[in-house]
Ligand binder design. Structure first.
Ligand SMILES: Cc1cc2nc3c(=O)[nH]c(=O)nc-3n(C[C@H](O)[C@H](O)[C@H](O)COP(=O)(O)OP(=O)(O)OC[C@H]3O[C@@H](n4cnc5c(N)ncnc54)[C@H](O)[C@@H]3O)c2cc1C
Length: 400
């Protein structure tokens, strides 16, 4: 019999789990591969070769037609200081989510959270839960069966806002066959996702993974509450000495520094079909990489790029723009500076064997090899940070 099912060995699999969700006979199950990513495994004995899994597979994305000349782009920042403070960049996601939940009765929002020991997509129903979804989690988020839940909300005429990587937004639309006018989507500018397996190994080098309550990858600078710094924080009651929190500069952590250098992304990320201006979400958000061209626009803050791609995107924006400070952004220049809007991250040569090395090497050896040690100047700054009054320090850093 001809195998009428998805190609499980493909390096293009994005791990969306659509094939597992659609399969009525339980022939597709997701398992962790040697790199620590979830991949589909087919039970040939159960497979009926109906081909349904092929129809919802994202390996070859269909031609999409965003009218790029209709796109509107802004450099933007939330006016809501509380929402801004916990966000990765300008707090645009949480501001839109807040208005969406407040203004649409019964509406829900779906995004990535650290929940039950993993980064996964969850659904929230009220504004008090927005903090769970805020902040970038630099790891592949497990979608579990959240698309099925979203479908139920849509069928019962509830409005749903979904935020995720562009491949996840594409997967959701494919799963739903593009049917629902009450679905709104935000895609992230994304350069790739590393494996949950490696994240776990890294966290275990600091504390007991099972007891971790929260992780964060970015924090607004504690001195200015403005630009976001790349700090890896792990919260757990197992860390009593330091107020239940470990905070590591990204460059000093092997997982984070290898992520920043693009060494550990899922293989499909290096061939990403969404790393261009032909966006799949109603709105696209990311870090504004051409912010220096707008020196008067919140010069000390972390600002976001916002691209409105569709009628629904413009509708969401109209509902939230009162809560956002923004000005027009030159999208051509932004896409030249923010490469993920032009082409995927180029696969480094080292990527080929990187997970063999990760699997067979002690984390401290990886730390010595890939993470940076603090130099003399950095040590002095840290000592000053604790010794000097913050007011004085702020002034000194500004002059530098
Ligand atoms: C893996 C990853 C790579 C990224 N790479 C880039 C890049 O190269 N260039 C760039 O300009 N921006 C990138 N971003 C986007 C950037 O980090 C911010 O998320 C974005 O600027 C939005 O910030 P915000 O302050 O509006 O929202 P935030 O409050 O930070 O929240 C953003 C949203 O991201 C969702 N999210 C968080 N983690 C994940 C995840 N692992 N998978 C799916 N969804 C998630 C949350 O659910 C939330 O809805 C990346 C984000 C991620 C998660």
């Amino acid at each position: 019999m001809i195998n009428n099912h998805i190609n499980v060995s493909s390096d293009k699999c994005i791990g969306c789990r659509n094939c597992e969700l659609i399969c009525n006979c339980g022939a597709v199950k997701f398992k962790t591969d040697t790199e620590g990513f979830l991949i589909p495994v087919i039970d040939e004995k159960k497979c009926l070769h109906c081909g349904k899994c092929i129809k919802v597979c994202c390996i070859e994305a269909d031609e999409r037609k965003v009218e790029t000349n209709q796109q509107k782009a802004y450099i933007a920042i939330s006016k809501n200081k509380r929402l801004y403070k916990r966000s990765a960049s300008g707090g645009i996601f949480s501001t839109i989510a807040y208005d969406f939940l407040s203004e649409n009765e019964g509406a829900v929002v779906c995004g990535a959270a650290f929940s039950s020991g993993e980064v996964c997509h969850i659904i929230i129903r009220n504004v008090d839960e927005i903090s769970l979804l805020q902040g970038s989690k630099y790891v592949q988020s497990n979608l579990n069966s959240v698309f099925q839940e979203i479908k139920q909300y849509l069928i019962s005429n509830k409005r749903v806002l979904f935020c995720g990587t562009p491949c996840q937004v594409y997967a959701l639309k494919l799963f739903l066959k593009g049917k629902y006018s009450n679905l709104f989507t935000i895609d992230l500018i994304c350069h790739g996702v590393p494996s949950p397996g490696f994240l776990r190994k890294d966290i275990e080098s600091y504390t007991d993974y099972k007891k971790v309550e929260d992780i964060q990858f970015r924090k607004k600078n504690p001195l200015f509450e403005s630009k976001s710094g790349f700090f890896f924080t792990i919260d757990s009651k197992e860390i009593p000495k330091r107020k239940n929190r470990i905070m590591i500069t990204s460059s000093r952590d092997p997982y984070f520094s290898m992520f920043m250098n693009g060494l550990t992304f899922r293989k499909a990320c290096y061939q990403c079909q969404f790393a261009n201006l032909n966006r799949v979400g109603d709105i696209t958000i990311g870090d504004c990489d051409s912010a220096s061209y707008y020196p008067k626009f919140h010069p000390e803050a972390a600002t976001s790029t916002v691209i409105l791609n569709s009628q629904k995107g413009r509708y969401l924006w109209e509902g939230s723009k009162k809560s956002i400070d923004f000005c027009h952004l030159d999208l051509v220049r932004e896409s030249e500076n923010n490469h993920q809007l032009s082409y995927p991250f180029k696969q480094p040569e080292k990527r080929v064997n990187i997970y063999d090395e990760i699997n067979n090497t002690e984390i401290d050896i990886l730390r010595n090899k890939y993470a940076k040690k603090r130099n003399f100047k950095e040590r002095i700054i840290i000592i000053l940070f604790f010794l000097l009054p913050q007011k004085f320090l702020r002034k000194w850093i500004r002059t530098k």
